[in-house]
Design a protein. Structure first.
Length: 122
């Protein structure tokens, strides 16, 4: 997927990524293009399609995102929000966030928000 360059969006206040297809690396790279001094809120909505194992390149992508979100909080007090749909009878994203975003979680800098399932109209 091509890079989304947000460097010209100088009045950008909120950004939300619906993580169903783009890679975590794409989200991290896109966030790095933001130059707006007005950014106040970053939301990442993760679909519940998570890999069974968190290792290798996918895990390193989450670690890079973790470092960038901690840096955003440290430099600009931007508290990220991670939204997810609760899964029935199993581990959902909420259970995996400490492993995916360890520094952000350890410092208590992320808001984890359960949202209702998205309705898709056909």
């Amino acid at each position: 997927m091509p890079l989304l360059d947000l460097s010209q969006a100088t009045n950008l206040k909120r950004v939300k990524f619906l993580r169903t297809r783009p890679s975590i690396q794409w989200i991290t790279t896109t966030l790095q293009t933001i130059k707006s001094k007005n950014l106040q809120h970053i939301t990442i909505h993760q679909s519940n399609a998570l890999p069974e194992k968190f290792e290798g390149a996918g895990f390193r992508e989450w670690q890079s995102l973790d470092r960038l979100l901690v840096q955003s909080w440290t430099s600009h007090s931007i508290r990220p929000e991670v939204t997810y749909v609760a899964e029935e009878g199993g581990m959902g994203l909420r259970d995996h966030v400490p492993g995916l975003l360890p520094e952000l979680t350890r410092r208590g800098l992320a808001d984890l928000v359960e949202v209702p399932p998205l309705v898709i109209w056909r």
